[in-house]
Design a protein around this ligand. Structure first.
Ligand SMILES: Cc1cc2nc3c(=O)[nH]c(=O)nc-3n(C[C@H](O)[C@H](O)[C@H](O)COP(=O)(O)OP(=O)(O)OC[C@H]3O[C@@H](n4cnc5c(N)ncnc54)[C@H](O)[C@@H]3O)c2cc1C
Length: 374
């Protein structure tokens, strides 16, 4: 391979991980190129819940003031039964403190924020990575438009169905999440909620999260055998015996079925995350069911760590193993806590309602306490 340094660092994927990495590298004074399959910035998923460690990562990316301006503070969580009885309340404000206060944000706002102030001409939209080859001197990445880019390091930030993963792990694919095979997401008028609120019932669960005074982001999943189907009758059946304010909110979005976003929930469990000069980050390496809303946080933390390594040691073939030794235990922790709660979510409804007041506050602290530290 002739000139691996012509594109020193190539990032496949311009989602949260890709843009955060471009930003973190620029803070280190390292230039990079991003190739992104979509022509336009993706808004799939509508909004996102950012726990305290995601907020801390945004501060490190120079976006502390921006997230405080744009993100809606999430001060409390309420877990409720289908009859609206409170099973557990978490004071998130007290737990995280003011500077790490969790926030809800529209995904489009988060993407705009991550790209703000960067030279966006290095983001090549509308070209996808189709194949990757490497030798001792560099990586050759072939794109869907026929062009081939050569780099010293290729970062696979191309999401849960990563193409770059093939170059690291052969056929390894994503698997359906234990929590639920699929979920719906939507935006709806706020029925008067002032905090993160989750209702659980016999057939599934609904989370409503205010993103501003007048709007909630909704997430719903069925826990029945036919959960993978996007059939909206199934969403209706999940909330059939839920409180009126939940049923009315879902009914309001069912009137506009095109506004409801349905997608599988898939997970990636992979060892190792890298092979020589190709390193996977974000969902491509460790997509995890959104039980603890850690996907964006882990992606942005990955970005900060990989950028610091490249800034310090250059874009060499040992980047991946260094990255993994710094990141593996944190990701393992999130995945283990996700499995624990996913298992609890599948318990029979009555038993789960009995256990939730005890296990929920403890699981919250056990999950997030280690993530407060950096
Ligand atoms: C239902 C659901 C709800 C969630 N809720 C939350 C939440 O509240 N909080 C949270 O933190 N996380 C949440 N997550 C997880 C979060 O969305 C992901 O962890 C996060 O988006 C990962 O970012 P990423 O950049 O790694 O991947 P992605 O956001 O998937 O970005 C990958 C990018 O790569 C591009 N791409 C794909 N293939 C190629 C290719 N071959 N070549 C070039 N480009 C390519 C894609 O177009 C995309 O832009 C949720 C996930 C799901 C499924």
């Amino acid at each position: 391979m002739d000139h691996p340094d012509t594109q020193r660092v190539l990032i496949a994927g311009g989602g949260i991980a890709g843009l955060a990495t471009l930003r973190a590298l620029s803070l280190q004074g390292v230039s990079a190129t991003v190739v992104e399959r979509s022509q336009q910035a993706a808004d799939g998923g509508l909004a996102i819940n950012l726990p305290g460690n995601a907020i801390a990562a945004l501060h490190r990316l120079g976006l502390g003031e921006a997230i405080e301006r744009v993100g809606y503070p999430v001060k409390r969580r309420e877990y409720r039964t289908r009859r609206d009885r409170i099973l557990a309340t978490i004071d998130e404000d007290a737990f995280w403190g003011e500077t790490m206060r969790p926030r809800a944000v529209r995904r489009s706002d988060l993407m705009t924020m991550l790209a703000s102030g960067l030279d966006t001409s290095v983001i090549r939209r509308g070209s996808a990575v189709v194949s990757v080859e490497q030798d001792a001197s560099g990586v050759r990445t072939r794109l869907s438009d026929g062009e081939e880019l050569t780099s010293a390091l290729l970062l696979g930030a191309d999401g849960v169905r990563s193409s770059v993963r093939q170059a690291v792990a052969g056929q390894a694919t994503a698997a359906s999440a234990r929590l639920a095979a699929a979920s719906w997401r939507f935006m709806a008028p706020n029925p008067g909620l002032d905090c993160w609120t989750l209702w659980t019932g016999e057939r599934g669960m609904v989370l409503l999260l205010p993103v501003d005074e007048g709007t909630v982001y909704g997430w719903a999943a069925a826990t029945t055998a036919d959960a993978a189907s996007g059939d909206l009758a199934l969403l209706e059946s999940v909330v059939r015996d839920f409180p009126t304010r939940v049923r009315d909110t879902v009914a309001a979005v069912l009137a506009y079925p095109g506004s409801i976003y349905h997608s599988p929930i898939e997970e990636v469990r992979l060892t190792p995350w890298s092979r020589d000069r190709v390193v996977l980050i974000g969902d491509a390496a460790h997509a995890t069911a959104p039980v603890w809303a850690e996907g964006a946080a882990l992606a942005m933390e990955d970005a900060l760590v990989i950028a610091e390594l490249v800034g310090k040691h250059g874009a060499g073939p040992e980047t991946g193993s260094r990255f993994e030794s710094l990141r593996r235990s944190r990701v393992d922790h999130v995945q283990a806590m996700t499995d624990r709660l996913s298992k609890a979510a599948r318990l029979p409804h009555t038993l789960r309602s009995l256990l939730m007041p005890f296990i929920t506050p403890r699981s919250y602290v056990a999950t997030y306490e280690p993530l407060k530290r950096w």
